[in-house]
Design a protein around this ligand. Structure first.
Ligand code: UD1
Ligand code: CA
Length: 455
């Protein structure tokens, strides 16, 4: 059977008090609806339909690179009305309904749910909650079979005491949906077309409703306000931290660790507090990351050390290399094995060979630096002439004295020495000494000015 997934994402999310549509608020750096779309896309052969309405343009843009069918719901008349907008685009197999504001639903739970669907059965995901306020309640008959869902606002006191709740996630055949949706009515407390009313129709048609539960309730938690968003973010981060610790990573404090993307880890890695990993990060064995570091789309080879307060993006650190404290490695940075980048050094599009040392206060951009070269404090590669970028090529075992400006394009041969304070504008050959600074003048017998007394 084919599978169509309908993702409801048309609601405004009033309680977020935001100009951004609710489903575009982020969890672990990804819009809520993206989590749902990515999970749905991981189901075999699924065709995805996203029902958009409030902030429709922005939602479409945020999901632009995915192959999705967007269905416009210009007026939000309820969850049943929302699903109906996708009805014409469905094939004749199974249909799964997901919510754009329930981000952490897992593929495994959905697969189990879908197994319960055929011409004689539909499937419903429910959850038992200590505080079911606001949720639709699952009504069962004397044989314990599900026969209806009653929305909180329509429920009587006895029904409100039911703790089994509707997660909103359900699955059925397209044929069943086509039969039931046109029969929904909006005569209820909220004046909406409730998708939940199809449950009573199913029961009346003799279709059995298979209720299953998720492995954990965080899978079905919906986001309605910023407090819930923050709570779910923490719950999610906590799980990621536990997964890393189980894989052999030491976290100084799992509550102060954030992963906003994917990380591949080796063993015996140490990560101090307040570290944020973003995008795609690879961390090999024995790496040490100090406190307060942000590491995005980077590779840290075996034994690399990132000291406190460093910021890395698009960088690769070689085996046993180190950077920081307060280092900034920007995109295109490649540190060779055992290279050392110290405090207040910024690198961009720069390759530092094995054993290169740039200990303090430098900008190295569009540069290639050969092995064992020493870059003195305050060295700047002047790579930008106001219009174009140019490269600086530095050979092996070069000594660049402190406070040197290397005006690109320029090359410095291996073994060369650059005198401190030089401005280098022409090529320096191998083993030469280049001094590019004005000569010091010393005046003998010079008198310091004396302050004239006021009378
Ligand atoms: C819904 C369920 C309730 C369940 C709860 C779980 C109904 C009638 N009620 O209630 O049983 O316990 O979810 O969280 O289904 N949406 C649209 N278009 C609309 C209305 C809603 O796209 O016209 C989308 C919203 O953007 C949201 C989702 O559907 O993503 C759920 O809508 P919401 O209004 O939050 O439903 P609840 O009242 O929470
Ligand atoms: Ca909701």
């Amino acid at each position: 059977m084919t599978l169509d997934v309908v993702i409801l994402a048309a609601g405004q999310g009033t309680r977020m008090r935001s100009k951004t549509p609710k489903v575009l608020h982020t969890l672990a750096g990804r819009p809520l609806v993206r989590h749902v779309v990515d999970t749905a896309a991981s189901l075999e052969e699924a065709r995805l339909h996203v029902v958009v309405g409030h902030g429709s343009e922005a939602v479409r843009r945020a999901l632009a690179e995915k192959e999705l069918d967007f269905c416009e719901q210009s007026e939000q008349k309820g969850t049943g009305h929302a699903v109906a907008q996708a009805l014409d685009s469905l094939s004749d197999g199974k249909v799964l309904v997901l919510y754009g504001d329930v981000p952490l639903i897992q593929p495994k739970t959905l697969r189990t749910l879908l197994e319960g669907v055929d011409a004689q059965h539909m499937a419903l995901l429910t959850v038992n909650l200590d505080d079911p306020t606001g949720y639709g309640r699952i009504v069962r008959n004397d044989d314990d079979a599900v026969v209806a869902i009653v929305e909180h606002k329509d429920a009587d006191a006895k029904q409100r005491a039911i703790q089994e709740c509707n997660t909103g996630i359900m699955a059925m055949t397209a044929e069943q949906l086509r039969r039931w949706l046109p029969r929904l009515s909006a005569e209820n407390a909220q004046g909406e077309y409730y998708l939940t009313d199809v449950i009573a129709m199913a029961a009346a048609d003799g279709i059995e409703i298979q209720a299953t539960q998720p492995a954990s309730s965080i899978e079905v938690e919906g986001i309605n306000d910023r407090r819930q968003l923050a709570a779910l973010e923490r719950a999610y981060q906590c799980r990621q931290a536990e997964r890393l610790m189980a894989a052999g990573v030491s976290l100084s404090d799992p509550a102060r660790f954030d992963l906003r993307g994917e990380v591949t880890v080796g063993r015996d890695i140490q990560i101090d507090v307040n570290v944020i990993l973003e995008g795609a990060v690879t961390i090999e064995d024995d790496v040490i990351i100090g406190p307060n570091c942000v590491i995005k789309d980077s590779v840290l080879r075996r034994g690399a050390v990132v000291k406190a307060n460093s910021h890395l993006e698009g960088a690769e650190m070689g085996e046993g290399s180190d950077c920081g404290p307060f280092a900034r490695l920007r995109p295109g940075t490649r540190l060779g094995a055992k290279a050392h980048v110290g405090n207040f050094v910024e690198t961009k599009n720069a390759t530092l060979g094995e054993g290169v040392k740039a200990g303090h206060l430098s900008y190295l951009g569009d540069a290639e630096i050969g092995r064992d070269t020493n870059i003195g404090a305050g060295t700047i590669t002047c790579n930008y002439d106001g219009a174009n970028k140019h490269r600086t090529q530095i050979g092996e075992a070069v000594f660049v004295g402190s406070n040197s400006s290397l005006v690109a394009p320029v090359t410095i041969g291996s073994g060369a020495t650059i005198a401190a304070g030089s401005t280098i504008t022409r090529a320096v050959e191998d083993d030469e000494l280049a001094i590019g600074r004005s000569r010091q003048v010393v005046k003998q017998g010079w008198q310091r000015p004396v302050k004239i007394p006021k009378d």
